[in-house]
Design a protein around this ligand. Structure first.
Ligand code: MG
Length: 248
């Protein structure tokens, strides 16, 4: 069942979303060659706890960090550690926070120093696919319109969309109904109504959309080791324009 949030609940989700956005902004500022992924994780933890919120991912199903850091061919769920960012890498940072019982969830992909033209196109297209999907998150549209917006935007620009990992409802739980695939057909699926809150999260690949999980049982990589990017926002369907909760 898709839970529709009350005005009070939306106000709390706005707070959680703002904290996530502030954390992402601070992370983006320190990205440069030589920074370790553990330093990114430490900054995320420090930022969120100072704002009196709790990282959503820390301990989730045993995940050992506050931030997922996924580099180059890594798609999602990368574990921060000693790895040092290098010029030309692209880094996806996925971060969630709980504030007064409600979650916000967002992801960005950032280039380290100078990156290849193809990597920049991938990042720009993934961000664009997210924007295109948010534009469909309106009263009276269907869930499939969101999925189709991502797929059509990505594929028409020569990138593939990951099937195995999806967007989701969000609120008191980080993952609520419905699941929101990044591919699908327009006009299908549930009717969107005000008060529904979703984490939309296109994951786009340069090569195949197939993925596999590494030996650490967390890090997901592309099967062909080509680049992948990930953007995510938590949004609310309203009576009018979609509201982006994880944007400052
Ligand atoms: Mg998510």
């Amino acid at each position: 069942m898709v839970i529709r949030k009350s005005a009070r609940e939306l106000a709390l989700m706005r707070e959680a979303g703002k904290i996530v956005a502030l954390t992402q902004a601070r992370l983006e500022e320190i990205i440069k060659p030589g920074v370790t992924t553990a330093e990114l994780d430490a900054l995320a933890y420090e930022t969120v706890t100072k704002l009196r919120a709790t990282p959503s991912f820390l301990g989730y199903r045993g995940f050992p960090a506050s931030l997922c850091v996924s580099i180059n061919e890594e798609l999602v769920h990368g574990i921060p550690g000693r790895r040092v960012l290098e010029e030309g890498d692209i880094v996806s940072m996925d971060f969630g926070a709980i504030c007064q019982g409600y979650h916000g969830d967002a992801a960005i992909t950032v280039g380290v120093g100078k990156i290849s033209k193809r990597a920049q196109e991938l990042i720009d297209t993934t961000r664009g696919a997210l924007e295109a999907s948010i534009a469909q998150a309106r009263k009276g549209r269907h869930l499939g319109d969101i999925s189709w917006a991502i797929q059509s935007y990505a594929e028409s620009r020569g990138f593939s969309v990951v099937r195995q990992y999806v967007g989701h409802g969000i609120g008191r739980d980080m993952h609520e109904d419905p699941q929101i695939p990044n591919h699908g057909q327009p006009g299908r699926g549930i009717l969107l109504k005000p008060g529904m809150t979703f984490a939309l999260e296109p994951m786009l690949n340069v090569g195949t959309y197939q993925t596999r999980v590494m030996d650490d049982n967390w890090t997901v990589v592309t099967e062909d080791d080509e680049l992948s990017a990930h953007f995510e926002h938590t949004i609310a369907v309203t009576d009018g324009e979609p509201e982006i909760l994880t944007r400052l």
